[in-house]
Write a protein of this length. Structure first.
Length: 233
């Protein structure tokens, strides 16, 4: 198992570097986008400046003309207020987009790292230090975990344990034959597969059950543990 720990630590460091680089790239990209956007927005006082220029270049004295200039000035104030609100909205949206992208990247990297760790564990198998099977009490102890199983499920696990101690791989039909006491020729492969499924369901923990009972293609089922760790009562 040391090689797995080393690989997992390397994966964690690589994931941390990826997260840091990704976060930096996201913040830099959105920051540059925000700066360009704000620089290209028109000035809040641009409209008032144009109105003032018109007033200076064209001496207007008629009451109607002066009233028009007042209306234009009021419109300029409204335009300036609108631009200020737009700037605030754009800033809030940029901050929100940055937070969403950072969160999405962090979750994605965490999922990738978790999948790699699970893949490494699956390739190497689960480390079982002790497997004790008590047939009369229908109780199984796997490392520090205890399971109270039904008689049929306990017998299925016991049959697999005995086969593992003899370095044998059992097919579904052979498992059904050993548990039921019938001849293997009279047993169906699907019946043994059903017993394996019930065993996995009874163990509960999906990761433990999938790695403890291995299905070898075109051969059968076997416990993926050291046979010296098995104790039968």
């Amino acid at each position: 198992m040391p090689a797995i720990s080393f690989s997992a630590s390397d994966g964690a460091r690589s994931a941390a570097r990826t997260v840091a680089l990704g976060l930096g790239a996201i913040v830099l990209l959105l920051g540059a986008t925000g700066v360009l956007l704000f620089l290209n927005l028109p000035s809040a006082g641009a409209f008032n400046a144009r109105v003032e220029r018109i007033f200076v270049e064209n001496p207007l004295t008629a009451p109607a003309e002066l009233r028009l200039l007042e209306i234009l000035a009021l419109s300029g104030e409204a335009f300036a207020e609108t631009l200020r609100s737009y700037r605030l909205v754009i800033f809030v949206l940029l901050v929100f987009a940055t937070a969403l992208l950072v969160t999405a990247l962090a979750i994605l990297v965490m999922l990738v790292a978790l999948n790699r760790r699970l893949g490494a564990i699956e390739r190497a198998g689960i480390e079982v230090r002790a497997l004790q099977i008590d047939r009369p009490l229908r109780r199984v102890k796997l490392n520090d975990m205890e399971f109270d199983l039904t008689e049929a499920v306990t017998e299925t696990l016991a049959v697999l344990a005995e086969a593992r101690m003899d370095d044998e791989i059992l097919s579904g039909a052979e498992i059904e034959a050993l548990v039921s006491g019938r001849a293997a020729a009279d047993c169906d492969e699907a019946a043994g597969a059903t017993r394996i499924k019930r065993l996995r369901d009874a163990l509960g923990n999906a990761l433990v059950s999938e790695l403890l009972v291995r299905n070898i293609a075109r051969q059968g089922y076997v416990l993926a543990i050291d046979r010296r760790a098995i104790r039968l009562r």
